[in-house]
Design a protein around this ligand. Structure first.
Ligand code: ACM
Length: 531
């Protein structure tokens, strides 16, 4: 009877002229999961109003309806369908129509609570339909990530599951606290392939991260094609480069564009970094003319820092830097270009200021907003230059002065937000120079009170950097990022009023079945009760 009913409705869908995918293989049995609650989401939504009468159930004849004429809603609808089809086995056609007689998930531009702003969304769940409203495509995409977490964990399975696909009833109104919610991968110490970067992007986008910073150059390797200096990649990124000589490789411009596009489709903007004037041994060992004495140093594959520097007094240095910035800016649609600037210990303060005062304007010349590690604030740069705080303390006079002048800061305190720090003494990967960082350490701090004189209005956001001295594979990346990345994502998105370790810990535990189904190699921290 139930089957015939379903079939009748599928025929109704067929009558609309839509493609039908009939369930093929018998579904795998899945144990019944407890009903999700509206607030069981990471990052915590700003406002949830549950309605126990409003449970929605995804069925074989459910359709995804998108605002007619909206290419943005249609694109997000297609992504949602692709996310939900494997585990449900349902056809979930995407229909750009005003109404349907079928149960629906509706994606609409406009009509949301005014508080949602440019990146937020309103999600309403009743027995008949799920409606996501937003002002922008990014907002709809964020709402879809929430909907995904409100469905049973089995929705993340790559093959058809037997489950009751319920969504708890009520309303969510949600929007980010900070504009910049970032993560960073270090391609220099070990190269990560396009597939690995994209796999990380998939995970980041589920937690409403919207920037991915790529650390493209360092002492041990140069990982981005620059046509005017071709040996940077063939030699500086070639065989034998990377820590211990085992992380060679580089992104061609086509590779880089592919990563930019893949991330953009998931509302993540790529931030490229060329680290200078220090952290430059890969370039200087490749091109002898980039050294003050004209002699190329040996390539380095150890993890020492602070020994290299471009030649501050040589005009050729600025021709090199401008070539790199020009070529990189041309393939970077995002607003930021990161110039590094950290740990320039082989350079005097005066040389450092000379260098940065020439280089920061070059970034602006090619249409980008300059961004650097917090040391760049030593040179009192223009107020549109962004600083990335990576210290372990709670005061930094240069940063506080910059904030008072109007510069914005991204918070990445190394003893809280560095995903390459070990969880504890026993962690097989990672380093420990800044701290051991357990999940609670990563979660229990406030970006707006971390550094004296750098308050809420000066904080552009947060970023979780992942340095790769000890990392080889995507499994290694996942082990260090999960479960701490979701903690940093929540600090970036959720309101301070919702900050609560017990709540976060409970919601985090419920992510585990999803990660298992997605094959995410997470660290099962003893601080969390994993489902
Ligand atoms: C850094 O960790 N040197 C930015």
């Amino acid at each position: 009877m139930r089957r015939r009913n379903t079939l009748t409705r599928l025929l109704a869908v067929a009558a609309l002229g839509l493609p039908i995918i009939l369930p093929a293989a018998p579904a795998a049995a899945t144990p019944a999961a407890p009903q999700r609650q509206l607030a069981d989401v990471i990052p915590a939504p700003v406002e949830t109003r549950p309605d126990a009468r409003g449970t929605f159930t995804l069925r074989p004849h459910t359709v995804i309806r998108t605002a007619p004429g909206s290419a943005a809603a249609w694109r997000v609808g297609r992504q949602l369908a692709e996310t939900l089809r494997p585990a449900t086995g349902y056809p979930l056609p995407v229909l750009p129509v005003h109404s349907t007689p079928l149960p629906e998930i509706a994606l609409l531009i406009g009509g949301a609570d005014a508080r949602v702003g440019q990146e937020g969304y309103q999600l309403d769940v009743t027995r008949q339909r799920v409606t996501i409203r937003a002002r922008t495509e990014a907002g709809l995409f964020a709402g879809v990530q929430t909907l995904r977490q409100l469905l049973p964990a089995a929705i993340e399975a790559p093959t058809r599951q037997r489950a009751t696909w319920t969504v708890p009833g009520g309303r969510i109104v949600d929007h980010p606290r900070f504009a910049y919610r970032g993560a960073m991968l270090d391609l220099a110490r070990h190269f990560h392939t396009v597939d690995e970067i994209n796999a990380y992007v998939d995970l980041l986008s589920q937690y409403k991260i919207n920037y991915l910073h790529l650390h493209l150059t360092d002492d041990q390797g140069w990982r981005i094609q620059i046509d005017s200096w071709p040996r940077l990649t063939t030699v500086g990124g070639g065989p034998g480069t990377g820590v211990d000589g085992v992380g060679p490789g580089f992104l061609t411009k086509a590779d880089y564009r592919a990563v930019v596009a893949y991330a953009a489709a998931r509302h993540i903007t790529i931030v490229p970094e060329i680290d200078m004037p220090g952290h430059t041994n890969a370039a200087q060992s490749t091109y002898a003319e980039l050294n003050c004495d004209g002699v190329a140093p040996a390539p380095r594959t150890d993890i020492a820092v602070g020994y290299s520097s471009l030649c501050i007094g040589d005009e050729l240095t600025y021709r090199f830097v401008e070539d790199v910035i020009r070529e990189l800016a041309a393939i970077t649609p995002g607003p930021f270009l990161h110039v590094g600037g950290d740990e320039a210990h082989a350079t005097t303060d005066a040389e450092y200021a000379t260098f940065m005062r020439r280089v920061l304007p070059l970034v602006a010349k090619y249409g980008k907003r300059a961004y650097g590690w917090n040391e760049v604030m030593q040179v009192d740069p223009p107020t549109d230059v962004v600083a990335q705080f990576w210290g372990t303390g709670t005061s930094n006079a240069d940063l506080a002065e910059a904030a008072a002048r109007g510069n914005k800061v991204v918070m990445s305190p190394a003893n809280k937000a560095y995903l390459d720090m070990k969880y504890d003494r026993g962690t097989p990967l990672g380093l420990s120079w800044a701290a051991y960082i357990e999940v609670r350490d990563a979660y229990d701090w406030d970006p707006a009170t971390r550094v004296a004189g750098v308050g809420e209005q000066s904080v552009l956001g947060v970023e979780a950097p992942l340095w790769s001295e000890t990392l080889r594979s995507i499994e290694d990346i996942e082990f260090m990022a999960f479960p701490r990345l979701p903690a940093i994502a929540e600090l970036g998105w959720s309101s301070r009023a919702s900050h609560d370790w017990d709540s976060f810990r409970a919601r985090l535990g419920e992510q585990a079945p999803r990660w298992r189904l997605q094959d995410v190699n997470f660290y099962p921290s003893p601080q969390v009760d994993w489902s």
